[in-house]
Design a protein around this ligand. Structure first.
Ligand SMILES: [Zn+2]
Length: 422
């Protein structure tokens, strides 16, 4: 029990110190970058990019590999090697990953990285290696669970959806090494071709395409967005670009379909209609009225209804489902890059801090998070010698913490004397 209390106090103290050091860094410009650890055979040269923008670390280094890749975190225990991009793009990515301050939570970094990834042909060696190793295991488990499930063959469509959700959870839980994140997207949305049509991005811009794709499924869905809704301005833009229609342009039946039975009944109450107990009765009754549109407009704010349109004919070759899936996949790639990069950097700082300020450290422990994979939980079962700190992140997307351990304190002197007297 007391060991965990010490561990907890250590983590809390460290978090405070790291925050203090980051603030000090912003103010004084002191470099927090540490020297690279051991070299790698494929490295060609180290490039140093000076940064002087407030809120960023002063010095960041990337390393070029002989086969055209860029190691963006050579100091980390888990290196990330990017291919398919030029040096300027690699530095831009590192620039985003290095951003610090309250306005840069991980989600903001993912948002900032995604446009860079979407517009490039970026590939990450370590992410691809993970997918190549574990995707077949995941898919096989999923397949085995379906084949051996007594309910699967006779289940309804809804029943199969629920069964598949539980099979997915089971297949993911059985993986020995598991990054935090949405692995279903990583394993099931793996696109053959990650190229996003540049003409599409040039024509509509990244933000508009992201909004469009986020709402493209299911096709034809009606969206009711008040003026205060965060996506409202974006939808107005979609209308301006011909990617959506609004209010009166939307077929009336599609809007009425989204209303509740009691709302439809209220629209026709003055006509003493026959008993309308289901929407299937009420909708045709309302739509058959010559003034149906006026009646709907009096209750439903038509200007706040939106429906996406298909892409223009010149983009007829674009498969929207494929595009949306590739976009989700790239978001997951961005998330893994942010998580792995950040954890690796923080652990280097933590280790350095303890080595400089805490002479009492006698070893290291790994504290896994509650969703940690079996590999991390096994690795956390032992204490590591002070000279052999575990290399965290232990794998892609690992969220484990590094904490110091201490030699148990000697028994109090008075207690020892009492033992001798007896
Ligand atoms: Zn871990």
């Amino acid at each position: 029990m007391w060991i965990w209390l010490i561990v907890l106090c250590g983590v809390l103290a460290l978090v405070g110190v790291v925050i203090q050091r980051r603030m000090a860094n912003t103010e004084t410009g002191e470099s927090l970058s540490s020297a690279s650890e051991e070299g790698e055979g494929t490295e060609e040269s180290a490039l140093v990019a000076k940064r002087d923008t407030a809120g960023e670390r002063e010095v960041s280094a990337i390393t070029a590999t002989k086969d055209g890749g860029w190691i963006i975190n050579p100091e980390s225990a888990f290196r990330l090697t990017l291919y398919g991009i030029d040096q300027a793009t690699a530095l831009r990515i590192k620039h985003i990953l290095d951003a610090t301050g309250a306005e840069w939570p991980p989600s903001a970094k993912v948002d900032a990285l995604l446009p860079v990834i979407v517009r490039s042909h970026l590939r990450c060696k370590e992410i691809e290696a993970y997918i190549n190793e574990f995707r077949p295991v995941y898919l096989k488990t999923l397949d085995d669970l379906q084949r051996t499930s007594p309910e699967w063959a006779t289940a309804t469509e809804q029943g199969r959806k629920e069964l598949l959700a539980s099979f997915r959870a089971h297949a993911l839980a059985s993986l020995d090494t598991r990054p935090r994140g949405n692995l279903t997207i990583l394993f099931e949305d793996t696109p053959n071709d990650l190229t996003i049509d540049a003409a599409l991005l040039d024509r509509f811009g990244y933000d508009l395409m992201q909004l469009y794709l986020r709402h493209a499924d299911p096709p034809g869905k009606i969206y009711l967005l008040s003026r205060k809704h965060p996506d409202r301005a974006g939808f107005d833009e979609l209308v301006n670009h011909g990617l959506a229609i609004r209010g009166p342009e939307i077929p009336l039946h599609a809007i009425v379909d989204t209303l509740k039975l009691k709302e439809i009944k209220a629209m026709v109450a003055d006509l003493n209609p026959p008993p309308l107990t289901r929407k299937a009765q009420a909708i045709p009754y309302l739509l058959a009225l010559p003034d149906a549109k006026d009646r709907v407009a009096r209750v439903a704010p038509l200007q706040e209804y939106f429906q996406l349109r298909p892409l223009p004919p010149e983009f007829a070759h674009v498969d929207l489902q494929h595009l949306a899936s590739a976009w989700r996949y790239m978001r997951e790639i961005a998330t893994l890059l942010v998580d792995t990069y950040t954890r690796g950097h923080d652990v280097v700082e933590q280790k350095q801090f303890y080595q400089e300020h805490d002479a009492g450290v006698s070893g290291w422990k790994i504290v896994p998070d509650e969703d940690a994979c079996p590999y991390c939980k096994r690795s956390a079962e032992r204490t590591y010698p002070v000279s052999q700190a575990p290399r965290i992140p232990l794998h892609l997307g690992c969220h484990c913490q590094l904490v110091p351990s201490y030699t148990p304190a000697a028994k109090p002197v008075c207690e020892l004397q009492a033992v001798e007297i007896v």
